[in-house]
Each structure stands twice: as structure tokens, then as C-alpha cells.
Design a protein around this ligand. Structure first.
Ligand SMILES: O=C(O)CCC(=O)C(=O)O
Ligand SMILES: [Fe+2]
Length: 362
């Protein structure tokens, strides 16, 4: 054949044939598209005289596409922000002692860490936020702004990166344990859920297909991982749920759940769909941190205002000195504060392509 028969062309020819279009009409359409007389004759021959051959070509195209898709699905989902875990140990050393790994799953990539915070740190974070909480907001999928939504009924306070010694200590710890530099973080957020309050299942990453979410890429790219730290024991309810994976993590004072949802090829993991289930009795306090691909305005601002980080993010052993959509803390339309050479440990190849979150995201 004097022309490469690519899939769309083969399908187009076959569809015209199936519609019962006269050969001359199809010939004219092809000529109008700029095909030569010889090409038109070969193509229409295939459709009208060798239709079985055309069918076979389409079948092989379909088979190839199916194989490709199976291969893609088989590829391991390697998260771009895995924790720095020494395979020989059940603990991760940090400034406050050791956090203990009590659960780990690879898809979704979830790690539960006990003793991530000390009791005193939990109490201090609660004290910092008490009386200063306002109703938590979610991202408007159209505009990228924030609004009140019944799907997220907690109250929150958004802190500033490194705003005081407590935050600095915890943010440095997060950087050290996750391997994601402080600059890549959004601000810590303290949240309180009263009885009945919940955060219905959602994805934390932003979708490139949704205008109001894609606008947030300008603040350090997409989110790649989340750390939720539990600040108190909840009497009943208030678990963090991963409904697509059938996982449920129960709050325990000082423990944390880390989940990463972007792989090295920029895919987002739909299994990371998660939420905070309603509190049935008591109250639930958490501190959460969203981590991004690149330095964020919040991270950079914190370092500018409150001094540089001492964490060398490339130190996986953690033994030597280390450096780590609160949309309503605003920088959506602001420029990053300073261009610093961030030490990146977030491994990624491309901006995540996203699935379709149908969810209330903040
Ligand atoms: O409350 C929880 O357990 C989950 C919180 C959450 O989904 C988030 O902060 O992104
Ligand atoms: Fe979330």
C-alpha cells in the first residue's frame, strides 16, 4: 500500500462502507482530503472489495490496543513520595524518638505510624487551635475558590509553615520521615470534628480536567501525598476510610496515617479515594499536611519569614541533620515568594494526569 493505514483511517473507511455509502462518494471525500488517486483507489478497494482484510486490520488494531491497556494496568504503581523506610526495621528514627510502623499497604500506598507525635505535641497543637477555628471549606471545581459544603463539616485553622518552634519541629519531622522537603508542603492544618461531623470521601489531588482544580497547579504542582496526624483518641467513629480499598484507620492519639497517590509516571491512584467518617461520640482532632511535587508558596514563605530549614532532604537514613487545598490560605493567584533551589526528594516524571474526583476537596 502506498499509504500507512492507521487505525482511525481504517475505522473511518469501514464505517462509510457499513453505512452503505456509494464507493464514488467515499472516493470523492478522500480526494477532497488530499489523498492521491492511487491512495484513494487502494483505500476504497480495501473497503469495498477486500472488506474482510479491512476487518482483520481493525481487529488487530483492537487487539493491540487491548494488550497495551493490559500492560499499562499491569505496571506497578510506584508512588513518587514513598516514606524513607529502612526494610530491616519496624521503626523510623526521628527527633522525638522513633515512630513505629504499624501498618503498610502498597496500593493504595498507606502507612500508619504510631508515635508520630508525642502526647504533649498533640495537646499543644489542640491548644493552639482551640477558640480559633472556623468552618472548613472546599475547593470550587469551577472557579478554584473556596466554599462551604455539607460534605466537609469539620472546623479548621490553617497555620503558617514554621510559624513557631512547635510547627518547625513537626514540619521538620514530616520532611525527615516522608522525604518530602519542607518547601513542598502546604501549611499544617488543625481540624476538629464534632459529633456527626465528617469529610466525605474525596481525592486530595487536583484534576487537570477541572478548571477550578487545575488552577491550583500553579502553587507547587499537584499534591502527591497527605499526612493525617491524630491528636486525640476518639470515643466512637471518626476513622479515616479508603472505601475503594476497604481500609479503615482508627484515630489514636499521636499516630498518623500517610498516603501517597501519585506515581512516578504522573498517574493518580483512584484507590487513594478517602474520607473522614462521621464522629459518633466524642470529638476528633487532627493535624493534616498536604505535600506537593514542587516548592509551594506556603513552604517558601515560611522559610523566608521564619528562617531556613536544617533538614537535608536527601538524607534517607535520617540519622544526620535533616532539612521537608488549604486553599483558603490564599496563594492560588499569588506568585511563589522566592525562587530557591529546593532539595527535591519527590520523584516524579510528569505532572499527574488525573482521574475524576467527584469530591469535596480542600
Ligand atoms: O479526617 C480524616 O480522617 C481525613 C482528612 C482528610 O481527608 C484530609 O485532611 O485531606
Ligand atoms: Fe483528604
Amino acid at each position: 500500500m502506498s499509504i500507512e493505514l492507521y487505525r482511525d483511517l481504517a475505522q473511518w473507511l469501514f464505517d462509510r462502507y457499513e453505512e452503505g455509502q456509494p464507493r464514488q462518494v467515499v472516493e470523492q471525500l478522500l480526494l477532497d482530503q488530499g489523498y492521491s488517486d492511487q491512495q484513494v483507489s487502494e483505500l476504497t478497494d480495501l473497503a469495498y472489495r477486500k472488506t474482510n482484510q479491512l476487518r482483520d486490520r481493525l481487529d488487530s488494531f483492537d487487539h493491540y490496543a487491548e494488550q497495551q491497556s493490559i500492560e499499562r494496568r499491569k505496571q506497578p504503581f510506584a508512588v513518587c513520595a514513598p516514606l524513607v523506610i529502612d526494610p530491616g526495621r519496624n521503626t523510623i528514627d526521628a527527633d522525638h524518638g522513633a515512630a513505629r510502623i504499624s501498618f503498610r499497604s502498597t496500593r493504595p500506598y498507606v502507612v500508619v505510624l504510631d508515635h508520630f507525635l508525642t502526647d504533649g505535641e498533640c495537646d499543644d497543637l489542640i491548644a493552639l487551635a482551640e477558640n480559633r477555628l472556623t468552618r472548613a471549606l472546599v475547593v470550587d471545581r469551577k472557579t478554584g475558590g473556596d466554599f462551604l459544603d455539607d460534605r466537609r463539616t469539620s472546623e479548621n485553622l490553617i497555620l503558617e509553615v514554621y510559624q513557631d518552634a512547635l510547627c518547625r519541629r513537626i514540619e521538620d519531622r514530616i520532611a525527615k520521615i516522608t522525604g518530602v522537603p519542607v518547601e513542598h508542603g502546604e501549611s499544617l492544618q488543625i481540624m476538629r470534628y464534632g459529633v456527626g461531623a465528617e469529610y466525605q470521601p474525596h481525592q486530595d489531588f487536583f484534576s487537570a480536567d477541572i478548571n477550578g482544580e487545575a488552577v491550583h497547579f500553579q502553587n507547587g504542582g499537584n499534591r502527591v501525598a497527605t499526612l493525617v496526624m491524630y491528636l486525640n483518641d476518639v470515643e466512637s467513629g471518626g476513622s479515616t476510610i479508603f472505601p475503594h480499598a476497604g481500609l479503615e484507620v482508627f484515630p489514636q492519639k499521636g499516630s498518623a496515617v500517610y498516603f501517597a497517590y501519585t506515581d512516578e509516571d504522573g498517574r493518580n491512584d483512584e484507590l487513594a479515594f478517602h474520607g473522614g467518617s462521621p464522629v459518633i461520640a466524642g470529638e476528633k482532632w487532627i493535624a493534616s499536611k498536604w505535600l506537593r511535587e514542587n516548592p509551594t508558596p506556603w513552604g517558601q514563605l515560611g522559610l523566608e519569614r521564619h528562617g531556613p530549614t536544617a533538614i537535608q532532604a536527601s538524607d534517607p537514613s535520617g540519622s544526620t541533620p535533616v532539612e521537608s487545598k488549604p486553599v483558603n490560605s490564599k496563594p492560588v493567584n499569588s506568585k511563589p515568594v522566592a525562587k530557591k533551589a529546593a532539595t527535591k526528594r519527590v520523584r516524579k516524571k510528569a505532572l499527574p494526569k488525573t482521574d475524576k474526583p467527584s469530591d469535596p476537596k480542600q
